[in-house]
Design a binder for this molecule. Structure first.
Ligand SMILES: Nc1ncnc2c1ncn2[C@@H]1O[C@H](COP(=O)(O)OP(=O)(O)OP(=O)(O)O)[C@@H](O)[C@H]1O
Ligand SMILES: [Mg+2]
Length: 505
């Protein structure tokens, strides 16, 4: 015999019983935070509640973002950075693996630092850190990016040589460095190892040779991006508004990895000294987009930062197309995860295992269009509602269309290598359109110009561009005026015009 028991209960009691009807979204009171302390992201899919993100009630301000190419990860990141700067005056540092954010940052008035294109970072820079600690960090980076951990003797002599280089430059290993004192570089470290080799007294010369070879990869003439005096002060970068550190011109993934690890280490130390306080707001956001081993290796500072949660006054955003490139510890520790469209079952399994969302959410994620997302949040207090919900769409800033005018066909080889003349110019679509209107180009002509440039990936060579202008009826005087408006010198203008052949048309 079955027993049915009836009870009198109040309707608010029913609502609390999640086994009756599991609400598909967190209550509005949780989704909507104080507008002066939160960022609008979009509207929820089921109840159409505006969702505003704030780190205040979450376990920490760190965020993971995953989704296939074109799903809208970078668009979301840009939106978040812009709004965080409005709300909390948050600075942002983008560790820009593929150079994806560069033109947007320029457009927004931020600073672009291009490693391997004129900017250098000395990985022995201390930024206030004790030499002994920096030495450990450098070894840790080598551990992640090279095979040094398999060769304990090489690791030991490398570490010793780094410490020796600091001592030789007048630093005390266990003490904070005096202001303004010039640190050694990787070249000094290599020189010490070479000296030792030449002395001929060291027992295992082949170990020495291999240690030298490993370091030399990062110090070769022409590829010594991390082995020269720094051109940027990383210690100040977390207070410099929006900064893009473009790594795309570095020769390979190890160089990019070294840069990213070094940047993270320095920021972490900087922020550690400042500590966390609820009222100060979010001082900085650091973005790692497609950062390969930096997001996956257990020894990386990215993982330590996320694990240590609210200890720092900055948030880390880790984004990737491939969720398995993001260490499980990141997913299980970040305060918020944004899951955009995911296709592969393998990735979905990994995400569902790490974030623990329902099969309903799983099937929705696989059907997402651009900008749609599932959001998972880790609240400070245990709550009785699902912590993963769906957003109708990430409601972002309108995308900017940036057009690049490439000067490489207008400069000589020696001008290109001397790097004294600007190689490209970037314009936002409206800005360029206004110029065309000013030069009396017809609206058909303007459309044709943009169609042509769009077909070339919004990137057009100067001479080709001038031919197009001429073809659309722009006068030589206006072409000259345009080039002058780019502050190109008269002599060069004359040469460009004559090489384009537009005078004789
Ligand atoms: N929420 C959105 N609303 C409107 N447009 C969007 C949205 N999200 C993305 N887009 C547009 O879709 C395109 C692709 O987005 P985005 O570059 O952010 O993709 P991604 O996930 O970063 O891809 P990748 O992995 O290749 O870098 C862009 O043109 C962007 O402007
Ligand atoms: Mg992207």
């Amino acid at each position: 015999m079955t027993l049915l028991k009836l009870q009198h209960i109040m309707s608010n009691e029913i609502a609390k019983r999640s086994f009756f009807s599991r609400p598909p979204e967190p209550p509005a009171g949780v989704l909507l935070s104080d507008p002066f302390q939160s960022i609008f992201i979009g509207t929820t899919k089921i109840f159409r509640v505006p969702f505003t993100w704030s780190y205040l009630n979450l376990t920490n301000p760190h965020i993971s973002v995953v989704g296939i190419t074109g799903a809208g990860k970078s668009f979301f990141v840009k939106t978040l950075l812009i709004r965080a700067s409005y709300v909390w005056n948050t600075n942002a540092i983008i560790v820009d693996w593929a150079g994806e954010y560069k033109s947007w940052v320029k457009q927004t008035g931020g600073t672009v630092v291009s490693l391997a294109k004129g900017d250098y970072l000395n990985i022995l820079d201390l930024s206030g850190m004790k030499p002994i600690d920096r030495t450990k960090q450098i070894i840790n980076s080598l551990d992640i990016l090279t095979d040094i951990s398999q060769y304990p003797e090489q690791k030991r002599i490398t570490e010793e040589a780094i410490e020796q280089a600091y001592t030789n430059s007048g630093f005390e290993l266990p003490e904070r460095p005096p202001e303004g004192k010039e640190p050694p570089t990787l070249k000094d470290v290599i020189a010490l190892l070479q000296e030792k080799l030449q002395e001929g007294t060291y027992e295992y010369p082949s170990e020495l040779e291999n240690a030298i070879y490993r370091l030399r990869q990062f110090a070769r003439e022409g590829e010594d991006y991390f082995a020269r005096k720094s051109t940027i002060d990383l210690g100040k970068i977390a207070q410099s508004g929006l900064v893009d550190i473009d790594l795309s011109s570095l020769p390979d993934e190890r160089f990019r990895g070294l840069a990213a690890l070094f940047i993270l280490q320095t920021l972490k130390e900087k922020m550690r000294s400042e500590g966390w306080s609820e009222t100060k707001g979010l001082k900085a956001i650091v973005v790692l987009d497609e950062a390969w081993k930096v997001a996956s290796d257990e020894k990386s500072d990215a993982i330590m930062i996320v694990r240590e949660g609210r200890k720092y006054q900055f948030g880390l955003i880790v984004a990737s197309q491939n969720p398995t490139d993001i260490n499980e510890a990141i997913f299980s520790n970040v305060g918020t995860s944004f899951i955009l469209r995911i296709k592969f079952e393998k990735f979905m399994n990994y995400l569902q295992g790490s974030l623990n969302f329902s099969n309903y959410i799983r099937s929705e994620i696989s059907k997402f269009g651009v900008g749609q997302a599932a959001v998972g949040m880790a609240f400070q207090t245990a709550l009785r509602f699902p912590d993963t919900f769906l957003l109708e769409k990430i409601h972002g800033e309108e995308p900017l269309y940036v057009y690049t005018l490439d000067m490489s066909d207008s400069l000589t080889q020696s001008e290109l290598s001397a790097n004294l003349i600007q190689r490209d110019y970037q314009f936002e679509k409206d800005e360029l359109k206004n110029k065309f209107i000013e030069y009396n180009m017809s609206s058909e002509g303007i459309d044709a110009m943009f169609a042509e440039m769009d077909a070339q990936g919004r990137n057009i060579k100067m001479l080709e561009f001038l031919k197009q202008l001429k073809g659309n009826g722009i006068t030589i005087a206006n072409v000259v005026g345009f080039l002058k408006s780019l502050s190109i010198e008269d002599q060069l203008i004359t040469r460009i015009i004559s090489s384009s052949g537009i005078e004789n048309g």
